[in-house]
Design a protein. Structure first.
Lengths: 290, 251
């Protein structure tokens, strides 16, 4: 019997085409809002944008001048929080992935980590207020706010690190153990080098998240307005996200362009951090070893 | 004959499943012991018990004792030294995601060897023994994962030889390589037998016949038959199932 191209087969091809165009349309639609937001912010914020806006202190009740201290504050907060959460998160993930037995206790720990990721940031803020500001006596300070951000980011970092560790084939570990390498050596020379891209991507992602976070730092270390730059981690600071909230809702007589320009700076900052992760990922993809 | 390995009342299971039941066997110095038997007989698990890879599996339940040179392998809490004395070749080739050179020197480096000249000589020696040197000597610094399956399997063997094991365990080493290379490696094993003890699990009955001094037939976690090759393949078997398996009547 000869094989013929039937209607069924042709229909299949048409369906395939239709589905493909549906997928590409959805993807494009997702891209639109992001582009629209940035364009809108740029157009509305354009009158305020200048080098002085970036490099000067706020003046006359924040209705003039720039946003320099808020940028500096954001760097403080994000930098310290990542210094705390990166080692903690990566080490915890290594323990869970490479050492911990699969028993009731570790299953509860895993569940707790997943749940922690779903806790709203305002709850993290209250936890930070209770644990760091009051109980540990840090006061409202950069340190307390950074620790709060770190706690908020931990589940994200642990989960993404766990995923990257799991992506290293088990046969590599076994081959390494088989020739007399210890567990620690196997982690150091086989597992970590090959899961580094994923771990870094997770870290960069949480940097972006912390930079935009407002609620978690609300009660723990960020001030509405400070006439000076922070001198140490025990000072309070200003932050871009908090400043945006303040000048959009709390200040009377605010020039219209200011909030838009501030939001634009914040978004571009996060975008540039995220694009670092894209570059990192593509760099590691070219160096992929298997 | 000197006993290299003595296995006493070894019972091994994963969770509720028992895969090796009360197994006793002596393995002599400088012999090639071939282990044959159908799938799920516990052959691979037996090899894993020999170098304590079972330590890494939380599900494993193990009882009995294994002695290497008269001393229990469980005496030392840390099993990494044991694994340096017992080389292991897994059935599927694993080129570690690093260069060929780094693969061939991985074991001595992990054992603490830093002398570049010594590492180079270990690398060349083990790659030659695994019949791979001529094919890779001009591209030692390329990724091992880019090698063909057969080449990666010989690299796996080279890695297992690079820590100068006293016992070499091979788990169906020829499953991923062509007959010509298999013959090359078999010749190597024949040569190695003079200096080390070899335990090989194989599904190729002729391989057991060619290489083994003795052959053990395993089924359902027990040894049905264990004797010199001339007896096993000469029809002098204790259990008729061994004969049937060798002749291809069951399995």
């Amino acid at each position: 019997m000869m094989f013929r191209v039937t209607n069924n087969l042709i229909n299949k091809q048409i369906r395939e085409e239709k589905f493909k165009s549906l997928l590409s349309t959805v993807t494009f639609l997702l891209f639109l809002p992001a582009l629209a937001i940035i364009l809108w912010l740029f157009v509305k914020g354009y009158p305020a944008l200048s080098l002085d806006f970036l490099l000067q202190d706020p003046k006359s009740g924040m209705t003039a001048g720039g946003i320099f201290p808020t940028i500096i504050g954001t760097f403080w907060l994000v930098g310290i929080s990542i210094l705390v959460s990166c080692p903690l998160g990566v080490l915890a993930a290594i323990y869970l992935s490479e050492y911990a037995a699969d028993n009731a206790l570790t299953r509860i720990i895993r569940l707790a980590i997943l749940n922690l990721a779903g806790v709203p940031s305002i709850v993290h803020a209250l936890f930070g207020l209770g644990a760091f500001v009051l109980f540990m006596n840090m006061g409202t300070s950069i340190l307390a706010a950074s620790f709060t951000l770190a706690v908020m980011n931990l589940p994200v970092i642990i989960t993404s690190t766990l995923e990257s560790l799991k992506s290293v084939p088990q046969s590599y570990r076994e081959a390494s153990w088989n020739v007399g390498a210890s567990k620690l050596q196997t982690i150091r020379y086989i597992v970590l080098p090959n899961s580094l891209p994923g771990i870094l991507t997770g870290l960069v992602f949480s940097v972006g998240r912390s930079a935009g976070e407002t609620a978690a730092i609300l009660f723990t270390g960020v001030a509405f307005y400070l006439p000076f730059l922070p001198q140490s981690v025990f000072d309070q600071c200003m932050s871009l996200s908090m400043h945006l909230f303040t000048i959009s809702t709390q200040v009377v007589g605010m020039p219209e362009a200011y909030p838009y320009a501030t939001a634009l700076v914040l978004i571009l900052l996060i975008l540039s951090v995220n694009s670092v992760s894209v570059v990192l990922r593509s760099y590691f993809r070219t160096k992929r070893k298997w | 004959m000197i006993k290299k390995i003595e296995v006493k009342n070894l019972t091994l299971g994963y969770g509720p499943h028992t895969v090796i039941k009360d197994l006793n066997i002596d393995i002599y110095q400088n012999e090639v012991l071939a282990i044959i038997g159908p799938a799920n007989s516990g052959k691979s698990s037996f090899l894993k018990a020999l170098n304590r890879m079972t330590d890494f599996n939380n599900e494993v339940k193990l009882s009995g004792d294994i002695k290497l040179d008269g001393e229990s392998i469980y005496d030392d809490e840390d099993s990494t030294f044991l694994r340096r004395r017992i080389g292991m070749v897994s059935p599927l080739p694993v080129g570690l995601p690093m260069t060929i050179r780094q693969n061939a020197t991985y074991a001595p480096r992990m054992a603490g060897c830093k002398d570049q000249a010594e590492l180079d000589s270990i690398m060349e020696d083990s790659l030659r023994k695994a019949a791979l040197w001529d094919e890779v000597k001009d591209r030692l610094d390329t990724l091992a994962t880019k090698l063909s399956g057969g080449q990666q399997q010989r690299l796996t063997i080279a890695r297992a030889l690079s820590h100068h094991p006293e016992v070499l365990c091979l788990d169906e080493f020829s499953i991923a390589i062509d007959p010509v290379t298999t013959m090359k490696i078999e010749a190597v094993l024949h040569e190695l037998k003079k200096s080390i003890t070899i335990v090989m699990v194989t599904n190729v009955i002729n391989q057991a016949k060619r290489l083994g001094d003795r052959t053990a037939m395993m089924l359902h976690g027990q040894i049905l038959d264990l004797d010199s090759n001339s007896k096993i393949f000469g029809g002098q078997v204790k259990d008729s199932r061994t004969k049937d398996y060798i002749e291809g009547l069951f399995g």
